[in-house]
Design a protein around this ligand. Sequence first.
Ligand SMILES: Cc1ncc(C[n+]2csc(CCOP(=O)(O)OP(=O)(O)O)c2C)c(N)n1
Length: 615
Amino acid sequence: MFLETIEKPNDIKSIAREDYGELAQEIRDFLIRKISVTGGHLGSNLGAVELTMALHLALNLPEDKIIWDVGHQSYTHKILTGRRDGFESLRQFHGLSGFPKRKESDCDVFDTGHSSTSISAGLGMVKARELKGEKSTIVSVIGDGSLTGGMAYEALNNAAKLESNFIIILNDNNMSISENVGGVSKYLNNIRTASGYLDLKEGIYNALLGTKRGDSTISRIRRAKSSFKQLVIPGMFFEDMGITYLGPVDGHNIEGMVRVINEARRVKRAVLIHVITQKGKGYLPAERHPARFHGAEPFDIETGIPSKPRTEANYTDIFSTVMCKLGQRDERIVAITAAMPDGTGLKRFRNMYPDRFFDVGIAEEHAVTFAAGLAAGGMKPIVAVYSSFLQRAYDQILHDVCIQNLPVVFAIDRAGLVGSDGETHQGIFDFTYLSGIPNMHICAPKNKWELSDMLKFAVRFGGPIAIRYPRGAAYAGLKEHRAPVELGKAEWIYKEWEIALFAVGSMVKTGEAVRDALKAQGRAVSLINARFVKPIDEEAIEEACRDHMLIVTLEENVASGGYGEKVLDYMNRSGLRNRFLGISIPDAYVEHGNVELLKREIGIDADSIVRRILA
Ligand SMILES: Cc1ncc(C[n+]2csc(CCOP(=O)(O)OP(=O)(O)O)c2C)c(N)n1
């Protein structure tokens, strides 16, 4: 077992060359075994085993630095830096994170989770190195999917001016989570299949060298750089920008990659190594179904089938079904995703209405302004996006959608705590970042029927509106409570006196449990489904304040800028002196772990809420 000899950074350098293949196999077996139990990003990690080994062989960690874009592919890096044992608790509360974390190891130099940041961060470190007069190699590793994000180009544009070494490794597996899309992907595809070009280049030179006027022809060709080079040299896009291009290189040939990395270290400017890898390599189910094994739930190794098949519909399924119906009823309905057709549930819409479906790549900012353009052009765009990824498009929402009051619907999935992906992925800020924007409207469904009703309401609405719903099983309770959705109107579910619980979205279910527990203690409790976070239902607050001693708000969002603050602000402004308790997520980042456990930790589960109310 070579894997067992690796206890700390650089131990890999004691492995003999002829054993590299065996070590790679052991790492793969280890990853499959562990991820089959804990779940995690399998496909991307299996594809990056040799690339990571080559980096660790060529570099000297932690002096040299690797910045992993998104960071979901950093498992082998964790293994090679002495964190093998941590995989027992991968993505579990207080366990090993599924992403790079500076607090976990000095070999993790930059925390990531959202895509397309690695070149900017790497370039910053290069500049810091220059200013401090230090010598180290800095490498950013970015996937072809992440290279569809605009920030990567802003960074390349900036890196082109460099006069010192900066290595960018493009880990090209021809896949984002789903198939990669767009012009850049097509360009990379052309390069990937360009071994023909390389042969052609060699062939032309050899043929010309043997002829009478060969030399002058060659130099003429060299001068005609743009036409000839475009034809025979891959990577001209990068070269023309001022970034040295090396590749394409076989990303499963360790020694070949070590040679190229060492060559790249000598270049005194930004250099991009184009590495070709296969997502899911070495595990047949992941090779065959790369999208399914991008982020896998625990699975049976033999068959690749999830260990606990899903039985209940989740909110994404409901969204998916309603979108198909809406698309049928109205030809102006168009759907936009930023590289998440599977995750957001838009795949069925894509299959039914391919002309009205747009996957724009990992480009949330563009997705929003593109939707604004579609709306200005008379369409009814629905942007389906995860709460944490929409954070990037704040200005586009404000500047391009809301100032013009354009009818764009934001279907915000994974809102609230998401669990094992941790800090970078928790969707706990959307009320905050959306509710300060004039013209924006925000609602959250209590159950699966309400998501459907809210979507139908939203496409009729005629202005910017966001519907946020959580990850996981769609609540199927409270079916009989289906009053029509009205702008800014809450729904009274139980009307009593003494304590009024105003719950938003996912917290309505929690509110029911809280109410049951309080009633068991002899309390009279009302439960109000807030429905809208903007505008809030002032009438309902007035009414509740008349005959309830205590007003409680329940939300899965940080306190600052959330629903509770708005309710309290209204009470203060209106001279309503009832006691108030705001249940929300504290002003902190919430780490990875099981959602139920996280809720207990931060005090927003039913038991904790009951204790706080009684106190
Ligand atoms: C801003 C943002 N949007 C969406 C995602 C979700 N996401 C995680 S990985 C990924 C695909 C990345 O593709 P690529 O960079 O090619 O890496 P691969 O998984 O193929 O190795 C996406 C869309 C994200 N992490 N960040």
